[in-house]
Design a protein around this ligand. Structure first.
Ligand code: FE2
Length: 471
């Protein structure tokens, strides 16, 4: 074997030709078949070195760019040097470093094999809660059995813990992708039963959570790592968890769609940035496991969503996305008034309330119509109506609401409030809403949480032709 000096090409020279006049060159890769399969310049041919002279003789109008180890066997040296239609490029390495295009015949298969190998040493379960269409996930290290549960739902905690027990898993974390508005998290209940750690975004500012998560934080799970990505936009607390080629996206990115952006500090602009600048930067093969699905999908990939997501695919601009989101006008989730306060308390259900007032100038208010609609609850004693006017007004021309109790604003009302359960749901009523507003504020200062002013008082009640009593 003898080293032969041959005219050399730089990677940049080859690239320029390869881009501008690809028909003028033929790249010949003399490396081993294994190295060639690892990665090669598109369009190159992998041949054995001893076949090189024959090959060159068949390339009269082309320049052969030979990639190899710069060693030509003596027996073909003379034959090779007889040709002038070739140059040498030492290796593909520089081509790779310059990030010029590379192809690999077997790369796809290799990745798949690697993923399969990874799947073999992890455990993965996708579970579904039908009422809120929520997906819960259990991921674990197969060897150590350390496990995490993502987005558990309170109603299905028994099912999830039974599965964890059956699989012999050691649950370490209960992770929420965000503060949910449509269901109560099961994280708090699981912690109560198993003593595990709960985790949500630091931006939720929840005191009862064990781990307040931030961008880039890593949680170890046996020999594996769960990586935290902040993906705000659906809410300001949204996180995506990355684990072994999978992402658990909560409501930031759903299959072919995305979560709404109109409450809990949601922002179309932030969601667009989270998905396009962060999630879509992950490899196309990354598997997406969403927080919900309403049409029967179970997963997707980054590659698919970049092409086919109806709101966020790459051909849609930020302005178009904002327009789509701002025009959605969806009704609130059924459980929002129950779920959000409970989830801010780590899934501890808060006292349920029947009325959900608007806050006007700091005072919770409902309209007379809402009061009328809730008369069955008044009759059942679940809501108290307290009329705070003077006794002479109670039966005057405006009358009073059926079931209302007269407790005049002043010392009488104060005494009444002092002896009443602070969890009692009360609607205060007066002539025009002023005195009942004061009663609401007074009650809240005493610690009442569910007291409400009836907006507009008996004047509005009468204007709206609601039934009155005068006895
Ligand atoms: Fe959500």
């Amino acid at each position: 074997m003898k080293e032969v000096t041959i005219q050399k090409f730089s990677c940049e020279q080859l690239y320029n030709l390869w881009v501008t006049d690809p028909d003028l060159i033929q790249i010949i890769d003399l490396r081993s078949a294994i190295d060639f399969q690892e990665g090669h310049i598109p369009g190159s041919l992998n041949i054995e070195v001893k076949k090189l002279p024959t090959f060159l003789s068949h390339l009269p109008n082309k320049l052969a760019v030979i990639i190899g180890d710069n060693i030509i066997p003596r027996e073909i040296e003379n034959e090779i040097l007889a040709f002038t239609n070739f140059v040498f490029l030492n290796s593909c390495q520089k081509w790779k470093e310059l990030k010029y295009p590379m192809t690999s015949k077997y790369l796809g298969e290799k990745i798949k094999i690697k993923e399969d190998a990874k799947m073999k040493d992890i455990i993965f379960h996708q579970l579904f809660e039908a009422e809120s269409s929520t997906y819960t996930y259990i991921i674990a290290d197969k060897k150590t059995k350390e496990a995490a549960i993502i987005d558990p739902v309170l109603e299905t905690v028994d099912r999830d813990l039974k599965l964890i027990e059956e699989l012999g898993l050691k649950l370490i974390y209960a992770l929420d992708t965000h503060i949910h508005a449509d269901h109560i998290t099961g994280a708090g209940e699981i912690r109560r039963r198993l003593g595990i750690k709960t985790a949500v975004s630091q931006h939720a500012e929840i005191g009862c959570v064990d781990i307040a998560l931030e961008e880039g934080q890593e949680l170890s799970l046996g020999g594996h790592t769960i990586r935290v990505l902040e993906t705000p936009g659906h809410t300001n607390t949204c996180l995506t968890y990355y684990f072994e080629g999978m992402i658990f996206t909560g409501d930031a990115l759903l299959v072919r769609t995305c979560g709404r952006t109109d409450f809990q500090q949601g922002s179309p602009k932030k969601l667009f940035e989270s998905v396009r600048n962060k999630l879509f930067q992950l490899p196309d093969e990354t598997i997406i496991y969403p927080g919900h699905d309403y049409r029967g999908h179970t997963s997707s990939t980054i590659g698919e969503e970049r092409k086919f997501n109806s709101r966020l695919r790459e051909t849609i601009s930020m302005d178009e996305f904002q327009k789509i989101m701002n025009e959605l006008k969806l009704p609130n989730p059924k459980k929002i008034h129950e779920a959000v306060p409970a989830n801010l308390a780590c899934g501890q259900p808060q006292d349920k309330r029947l009325l959900h007032p608007q806050i006007v100038d700091g005072v919770p208010e409902v309209t007379p119509l809402v009061v009328l609609q809730n008369m069955p609850q008044v009759e059942a004693g679940k809501i108290q109506l307290i009329d705070v006017r003077r006794p002479d007004e109670f039966n005057n021309e405006l009358g009073h609401v059926k079931g209302a109790q007269l407790v005049t604003l002043g010392p009488e009302l104060t005494k009444y409030l002092e002896r009443t359960d602070k969890n009692q749901e009360i609607v205060f009523i007066c002539r025009s809403g002023g005195r009942s507003g004061s009663a609401t504020i007074e009650s809240q200062k005493l610690g009442f949480k569910k007291t409400i002013n009836m907006a507009g008082g008996m004047i509005r009640w009468n204007d709206e032709h609601q039934p009155v009593e005068r006895i």
